[in-house]
Design a protein around this ligand. Structure first.
Ligand code: CO8
Length: 258
C-alpha cells in the first residue's frame, strides 16, 4: 500500500513511520489513522522489524484529531462508527516496541498517540497537552487514563481541566517522557534506541513489554506472578542459552529470535 498522509521507511530492523500532513500540524484525520493502522499491522507481520519509531515534523508530532473533520459529527455518527476505537487503538495493540519521537506539538489525540507508544523521547521544543476541554469535549483516546497513570492525578487534572500545555522539561520531570534531547538530534537518538532494542532477543523484548504493561492492569501480587511465569518461560528459548553463554564466553550474543 502506498501512503499519502505518512511516510513509511525501513532501516534494517527498524521501521520509521513519519506522520506527514504539514499543512495541518499533522492533525490526525481518518485517512491518516487508517494508514497508520495499516502500517502498524504490516510492521507486526514483518519478521525483519524489531522496533518502530513514530515521529512527525520538527514543528509537530501531531496537533490532535482533525477538528475540521470532527466538527460536524453528531452523537449517532461517532457512536455508530465507533469513532476512535475502530481506528485509533492499533498502536496500543502492537506487540513489538514503539518509540514516539516527539518534536513540537503533541496535543489531544497526538499526545494520546504518543502515550500509546512504549517510550517517548522528546525534543527540547516538544509541547504536550490535552486541550479538548477548550473544544467542549474531553480526551477520547485514553488521555484521561494514560496521562493520569503517567503523571499522577494532580498534573493530569491540571492539564485536562485547563488545557494547559507542558514543555519537554516538565514532561520529563513528571514522568511522561523517558528523556529529552536536542531537537536536531531527536531522530538519531530515537534510531539508536530502536536499533539497540531491535538487536536484542525479540521474544524477550516482546515479553518484557507485555510484563511492564501488565503493571497498569493488575495488582502487584498478580503482576509479580505474571512476571515470574514469563521469566521462567524464557528459559525455553534458544536466545536465553545464547545470551548467557555469550556473557560467560565474553563475546557479543547472536540472538536468533527464538
Ligand atoms: N485539526 C485540524 N486542523 C488543525 C489542527 C487540528 N487539530 N491543528 C492545527 N490545524 C490547522 C489549522 O486549522 C491551520 O490550518 P489553516 O492554515 O488551513 O487555517 C493550520 O493547521 C495551522 O494552524 P494554526 O494557524 O492554528 O497555527 P498556530 O501556530 O497558530 O497554532 C496550534 C498551532 C497551537 C497547534 C493550534 O493549531 C492548535 O491549537 N490546534 C488545535 C489543537 C487541539 O485542540 N487539539 C485537540 C484536538 S481534539 C482531539 O485530539 C480529540 C482526540 C480524541 C480521539 C480522536 C478520535 C478521532
Amino acid at each position: 500500500m502506498s501512503y499519502e498522509t505518512l511516510v513509511f521507511e525501513k532501516r534494517d530492523a527498524v521501521a520509521i513511520v513519519t506522520l506527514n500532513r504539514p499543512d495541518a500540524y499533522n492533525a490526525l484525520n481518518a485517512q491518516m489513522m487508517t494508514e497508520l493502522t495499516h502500517a502498524l499491522r504490516a510492521i507486526e507481520a514483518d519478521d525483519e522489524i524489531g522496533c518502530t519509531i513514530i515521529t512527525g515534523s520538527q514543528k509537530a508530532f501531531a496537533a490532535g484529531a482533525d477538528i475540521k473533520e470532527m466538527a460536524s459529527k453528531s452523537y449517532m455518527d461517532v457512536f455508530m462508527a465507533d469513532f476512535i476505537t475502530a481506528n485509533w487503538e492499533e498502536a496500543s495493540r502492537t506487540r513489538k516496541p514503539l518509540i514516539a519521537a516527539v518534536a513540537g506539538y503533541a496535543l489531544g489525540g497526538g499526545c494520546e498517540l504518543a502515550m500509546m507508544c512504549d517510550i517517548i523521547i522528546a525534543a527540547e521544543n516538544a509541547k504536550f497537552g490535552q486541550p479538548e476541554i477548550k473544544l467542549g469535549v474531553i480526551p477520547g483516546a485514553g488521555g484521561t487514563q494514560r496521562l493520569t497513570r503517567a503523571v499522577g492525578k494532580a498534573k493530569a487534572m491540571d492539564m485536562v481541566l485547563t488545557g494547559r500545555r507542558i514543555d519537554a522539561e516538565e514532561a520529563e520531570r513528571a514522568g511522561l517522557v523517558a528523556r529529552v534531547v536536542p531537537t536536531e538530534e531527536l531522530l538519531d537518538e530515537a534510531l539508536k534506541t530502536a536499533e539497540t532494542i531491535a538487536e536484542l532477543s525479540r521474544p524477550a523484548v516482546m515479553l518484557a513489554k507485555e510484563s511492564v504493561d501488565r503493571a497498569y492492569e493488575t495488582t502487584l501480587a498478580e503482576g509479580i506472578r505474571f512476571e515470574r511465569r514469563v521469566f521462567h518461560s524464557l528459559f525455553a528459548t534458544e536466545d536465553q542459552k545464547e545470551g548467557m553463554a555469550a556473557f560467560v564466553e565474553k563475546r557479543s550474543p547472536q540472538f536468533k529470535n527464538r
